[in-house]
Design a protein around this ligand. Structure first.
Ligand code: GMT
Length: 377
């Protein structure tokens, strides 16, 4: 099948998922065309049937806000026409679903009909999309999609609760490649970061307010008082300096490392003992799933779809948003008992295996087949 994928090319979960999906589809023999404003961060390998088309957004002195959505829609028309695409799959509704709708209408005037699938990822629904500045366009363009998917049951419910959606939303959970995210014996790397055998805690995110990274620092300070340990922050974003400041205030700065945006996140995860995710909301929590695949138990909030991924008492623990004391107590409990930690490692790995790409990819392929066939008939 000839498939177009639109996503954010950054380190965010929706872009990561879309890129991994596209790569896996290409491995299966499909022709996959990424249409984005930058090379997606996880699009690193070359495959003859994997294409990247950059969206150029020309500026002009009149434009205080260069019209990205118009540029994207025009690029979509061009790529769909020239590569005779059969399907367009857009990840994150804003502004991808409406740009796809516009492209589809333009192509229709030329006699070409292309189905559009929109995958909802989280803040496109729960934060940004709900804003009344965007809501009418978001609702309209989601409803105009030929199929709608959400990455968790929680996100499906949130969408139905807050938007007038007239079509079914299929839940297709996010996935992980467990062959890539796995425990690896890289002890030398562990030695560098924790030379005295300290436990290693990790948080990875885009450091937005919704992640509550201050809670991560507070949990770590409580853990550090009981268990010799180190904290690694992966990623970057607006709240990084706040986290840095708080770790100084709490006297743990020397044990905290900010390692920035990392391509080889699986190497870091594979030496970690615990993953912390303190978000106010998470539609799914792909970063937690990747940690679990690497055999790292997760201490998280129970917000949004996190409970569909992190099973309380089995793969880690879930607590109410802001319950720093509860999350700290659970972290200490696990880190002080190697046998228990090992049991949770196993639980995390087993749960991640059920989200392996080999289970989820065929679900997407079946959906693709269904919408493309409906257009042919
Ligand atoms: O975490 C973010 O804010 C980034 C965002 C994105 O769209 O890139 O992530 C969302 O999509 C991920 C992939 O489906 C989910 O795993 C994240 O839980 C979700 N983030 C939120 O809902 C806050």
């Amino acid at each position: 099948m000839r498939i177009g994928i639109v996503c954010y090319p950054t380190f965010g979960g929706s872009g990561v998922l879309a890129t991994e999906l596209g790569k896996a589809l290409a491995q299966e023999g499909h022709s996959v065309h990424f249409i984005t404003y930058q090379q997606p961060v996880r699009l690193t390998e070359f495959l003859p049937n994997l294409y990247y088309h950059e969206v150029q957004v020309p500026t002009y002195p009149l434009f205080d806000y260069p019209p990205y959505e118009t540029a994207l829609a025009s690029t979509l028309v061009d790529v769909i026409r020239n590569h005779d695409l059969e399907l367009l799959h857009v990840h994150y509704a804003i502004p991808h679903a409406s740009a796809a709708y516009m492209a589809k209408q333009i192509l229709r005037t030329e006699g070409k009909d292309i189905p559009v699938i929109t995958t909802l990822h989280g803040t496109d629904i729960t934060l940004v999309g709900r804003d009344k500045t965007y809501e009418p366009v978001v609702t309209f363009s989601i409803n105009q999609s030929d199929a709608i998917t959400a990455v968790s049951e929680n996100l499906r419910q949130e969408t139905l609760n807050h938007f007038k959606i007239v079509k079914p939303i299929e839940v297709i959970h996010n996935f992980v490649d467990t062959a890539r995210f796995r425990r690896k014996p890289i002890d030398a790397f562990r030695q560098v970061l924790a030379p005295k055998g300290e436990k290693i805690l990790v948080h990875a995110s885009n450091f937005r307010k919704i992640k509550r990274v201050q809670d991560v620092v507070r949990i770590f300070a409580a853990v550090r008082a009981e268990v010799p340990s180190k904290l690694l922050f992966i990623g970057d974003g607006p709240e990084r300096s706040t986290a840095e400041e708080l770790s100084r205030e709490l006297g743990v700065f020397d044990c905290v490392r900010f390692v920035g945006k990392q391509d080889q996140i699986e190497d870091i995860l594979s030496i970690a003992d615990l993953f912390l995710l303190t978000s106010e909301y998470e539609s799914f929590g792909l970063a937690a799933l990747e940690a679990m695949a690497a055999g790292v138990p997760v201490i998280s909030t129970e917000a949004g779809g996190l409970g569909e991924v992190n099973i309380d008492g089995k793969t880690g623990f879930t607590c109410a948003v802001g319950d720093v004391a509860g999350m700290s107590a659970h972290a200490i409990e696990l880190l002080q008992d190697d046998q228990l930690l090992q049991q949770f490692r196993e639980g995390a790995r087993m749960q991640a295996a059920s989200f392996d790409i080999s289970n989820i990819l065929p679900i997407y392929e079946t959906l693709y087949q269904k919408v493309v066939e409906a257009y042919r008939s």
